[in-house]
Design a protein around this ligand. Structure first.
Ligand code: ADP
Length: 349
């Protein structure tokens, strides 16, 4: 009986509700094998008491029947996720990234709905409120912050081997894209992707920030769970477009974050309409799908962003639209309103 053997056996224990196992999520912190006694130490961050119970039972179900194992002791240390669950109006949470007061994740059920566009413009608009803001692009497979902010340098490391974020438009920026040689997406899957992302999140020298906006990869899988297990996320914003195929996935995202006790700050409906020069609105993807969905899911609707050429052009050319004066630009104004709501829902204390 060796710790490696026990770890291998524990790969059969899934994190409840996900396909990934507790070993590859890095939840098993220690395994001790003494004569007649095996002790497994697990650490998780959740407020759902059913999760440790289920992991406890499943570990016993796998280990107890092994021949010659003796007594099995499963110790589960449940880290207090109450800071994350405090959310709106809750206690001022502690983030697990040194120097960062609040962490806001921007997520979507599917790709192409404008999640990165919303994350970038939210970060810009939050900075315009006077806050110190960082934006971290966590999408290994399709990083876009480099493009959206027109930054191409490779970041340097400090004397502690931490990556120093780049800066543009008064924001600190970090992206997997800055670390890639030729912008080709990283071809890593499964546990490697998890490990890369965790390491990436822990090794950036953000120093002093009021808000860190995390642009999550699209979807609702293991990598999103890994991120919210690695850092304490104070709130998640779900971006959707108004049509049913996008709403189905937005619903999945809301339910996934609820399952892991990440407070849902609200929904943003992107590409809500197109307004022609004459001022007429065309609801290309259907009218108010996001508004109805927010009501249905009982989460706040933070705002609606129209589809327009300038938003796309400015996104491609490194100058997000929220940099335009809100008084004379409706889309910029919409992002500034969203930022004001986010600031009041997730105060920096
Ligand atoms: P995601 O992160 O969800 O994959 P992106 O933010 O990368 O989506 O957006 C996909 C494309 O759509 C980009 O070219 C972006 O500029 C464009 N886009 C996003 N939102 C809008 C909008 N409201 N109006 C016009 N183009 C938009």
């Amino acid at each position: 009986m060796s710790p490696d053997f026990i770890r291998e056996a524990l790969r059969q224990v899934r994190y409840p509700g996900f396909s990934r196992d507790i070993i590859s999520f890095g939840l098993v912190k220690d395994v001790k094998c003494e004569p007649g006694l095996v002790t497994v130490h697990i650490e998780i961050a959740t407020r759902d008491e059913k999760i440790p119970q289920q992991i406890f039972q499943n570990c016993h179900a796998i280990l107890d029947p092994l021949p010659d194992i003796g007594t099995v002791k499963i110790e589960i240390d449940v880290k207090d996720a109450s800071a994350a669950a405090g959310g709106v109006g809750g206690t001022v949470g502690k983030s697990s990234i040194p120097g960062v007061k609040r962490i806001i994740a921007v997520a979507s059920g599917k790709g192409g709905v404008g999640k990165s566009t919303v994350a970038a413009n939210l970060a810009v608009a939050l900075a315009a409120t006077g806050a110190k803001v960082g934006l971290c692009d966590c999408d290994l497979y399709g990083p876009s912050v480099a493009q959206m902010f027109g930054v191409n340098e490779r970041p340097m490391a400090n004397e502690h081997d931490e990556i120093i974020p780049l800066e543009a438009h008064g924001l600190k920026l970090m992206s997997m894209g800055f670390l890639l040689e030729d912008r080709s997406p990283v071809i890593v899957r499964g546990p490697m992707a998890t490990r890369y992302t965790q390491q990436f999140l822990r090794q950036v020298a953000w120093e002093d920030l009021d808000y860190l906006v995390l642009d999550l990869p699209p979807g609702t899988g293991d990598i999103q769970l890994t991120i919210v297990q690695t850092v304490t996320v104070d709130g998640v914003i779900i971006v959707t477009t108004p049509q049913e195929v996008a709403l189905i996935d937005a619903r999945k995202a809301v339910s996934m974050f609820a399952k892991v006790n990440v407070p849902i700050t609200g929904l943003v409906e992107n590409m809500a309409w197109f307004e022609c020069d004459a001022g007429k609105k065309y609801y290309i993807f259907g009218q108010e799908g996001g508004v109805r969905e927010a009501e249905h899911l009982n989460v706040p609707l933070l705002g609606q962003i129209p589809i327009n050429v300038e938003t796309r052009e400015r996104g491609d050319s490194g100058s997000p639209i929220a940099l335009a004066p809100p008084a004379s630009n409706k889309v910029s104004a919409a992002f500034h309103e969203i930022a004001a709501k986010v600031r009041s829902k997730i105060p920096i204390g």
